[in-house]
Design a binder for this molecule. Structure first.
Ligand code: C5P
Length: 243
């Protein structure tokens, strides 16, 4: 099998990473792996099993849950946990608030890291690529987004992008997305969404294991004033320059 062109996209929450990564993957015919969704799915499985991940006494149980969770990406942007479609459930605020405990567990990270690398190399189903044609060659690849993809998971990725955006703009984007999904059921205010984002950013940046950090060789893309279409075009250009 020919080598995959691997695109690592990292950045804080609601920076436009996931939407950009997903649509970019669609445009290039690449697979898409949402690494955050894998941490979200493990957090959901803990909740469904009645395990509180914030209780340190449950550390081994949380690891066992991660080990046994079957997480797959059957189609672009859809997430399955043990055969169930959990794409919407994992976006709830009660998942988001508890995820830092799961994401800072080194054993959970190791378990998910192995799966993420195997998927990126095309060894596990979940992110199939049809690719695009350049100079009569088929270029296949994968887009993976997260916090530590360029630094820890795929340090040799063919392209690394670090997305940043102003926190108020990110909060507004996340708020709009929650409103779209939950409509009148949405309880949080824009200020609360912003506070949650800041707290999670701080936890992601300052944790000792795999913190959110720009890789030395990553390209920084500030999306504060870019549309999704402009973000995709910017990264697409970077890909074409490199193949
Ligand atoms: O990207 P998303 O907001 O879905 O990620 C949710 C959380 O999962 C992040 O705040 C972070 O704590 C964790 N995460 C991580 N490493 C990744 C992706 C996500 O620790 N590669």
């Amino acid at each position: 099998m020919s080598r995959m062109f691997r695109i690592a996209i990292d950045g804080p929450g609601a920076s436009g990473k996931s939407t950009t990564a997903k649509l970019l993957a669609k445009k290039l015919g690449f697979g898409y792996i949402d690494s955050g969704a894998m941490f979200r799915a493990v957090t959901l499985k803990c909740q469904q099993s009645g395990i509180d991940p914030s209780n340190i006494a449950n550390k081994d149980k949380v690891t066992e849950i991660a080990q046994n969770a079957k997480i797959q990406f059957p189609t672009l942007g859809q997430v399955e946990l043990d055969g169930q479609n959990v794409s919407n459930l994992i976006r709830n605020s009660n998942i988001t608030r508890n995820i830092s405990q799961v994401a800072s567990n080194p054993d959970v990270r190791n378990i998910l890291a192995k799966q993420q690398r195997a998927m990126a190399n095309g060894e596990l189903p979940g992110a199939q690529s049809t690719g695009f044609i350049k100079h009569d060659k088929i270029i296949k690849g994968v887009v993976m987004d997260g916090r530590d993809i360029g630094t820890v998971i795929l340090p040799n990725a063919e392209l690394k992008v670090f997305i940043v955006a102003d926190v108020r703009i990110r909060a507004q984007r996340r708020f709009d997305e929650l409103k779209r999904r939950q409509g009148a059921n949405l309880k949080e205010t824009l200020d609360e969404v912003e506070r949650d984002l800041e707290e999670r950013d701080l936890a992601d940046r300052t944790r000792s294991i795999a913190p959110l950090k720009k890789a030395d060789d990553a390209v920084v893309l500030d999306t504060s004033h870019l549309s999704i279409e402009e973000q995709i075009t910017a990264i697409e250009e970077m890909v074409y320059q490199r193949v």
